[in-house]
Design a protein around this ligand. Sequence first.
Ligand SMILES: [Mg+2]
Length: 378
Amino acid sequence: MSEDHAAVRIEAIEAVLVDLPTIRPHKLAMTVMNGQTLVIVRVRCSDGIEGIGETTSIGGLAYGEQSPEGAKLAIDQYMAPLLIGQDATTVQATLARMGRQVQGQSHAKAAIETALLDAQGQRLGLPIHALLGGTDLSSLPVLWTLASGDAARDVEEGLSLIEQRRHKVFKLKIGRRSVAEDVAHVAAIRKGLGDAVPLTVDVNQAWSEAQAMEGMAALQEIGLMLVEQPISGRNRRGMARLAARFDVPLMADEGFNDAQDACDIAQTGAADILALKIAKAGGLHATAKAAVVGEAAGLGLYGGTMLEGSIGSIASAHVFAAGPAQAWGTELFGPLLLKDDIVQERPAYRDFALQLPTGPGLGLKLDTDKLAFYRRKA
Ligand SMILES: [Mg+2]
């Protein structure tokens, strides 16, 4: 490239709230989702290139402390004024300068970084994963969450997805009912799908440590691939006691955000596996750093989702593909949970895997008509 990249400036940043319907109610321990709100970020640069990014949350403020509306506010009010006029090509340096005046806000930061990397990839003619070290993977395995709340319906859904060759590993969302009812629900799905189908459960912090002792003992008997965040993410000592007591691998999700957490979890033995998410870490680069710390410490890695739509899921796929292997798979099924989309060509899922787009940047294009249609009206 012969252009002077240092001359490329960030000219404008727009954050748009979009409300999309889900294909069915998604029942989690803490809430039931009937739709998903995305923040779509458009960063326009002085060379005419526009990068796009996205963030969201799970059930508004039900999963974590950051909402889509809060992310938009942080971008509009605080982040955009610090970024406009800055160098669009020195992405990490530009973000680090902004970050000195913006604490937290990992979701908003992930969306902005995605848009800057999308623009930079378009500028250089390279996919985002190539900006992060590159990959020879063309797809990532993706599990599906059975979360209708009804075991018979979940079994039917699971068998149909295996038949379609879309998913062959399933995650069950539990923690809404009593431990005994949840264990019976998991056992019914295990029976319906057969012993050969790998199952995981996510309790989303719903259990006390005593309930987890009872629940994990029973779940271990049923035969699960892993148990995700049974107790509060803040209770690392409790997680360490569970990890030491049970053979079934324990995954940290709400209790793990970034490289610093990975270091602490490794030191305290508070999990066997880390659920990586770009929204928790605060971007793609921060996710890659957390993955490397986890890998070095001998922890298992899993490619998690904040139930992002297509843009956030594909951004995650680029960093997951470029980083250390997610030996425990990924759950980048967010786009499949949504009835419609705001990108022109939706991500492809086949042979039990998400296909990585091959175009420059994210490899996705906004559908501006759909964006206008689903945009939240004042
Ligand atoms: Mg989780």
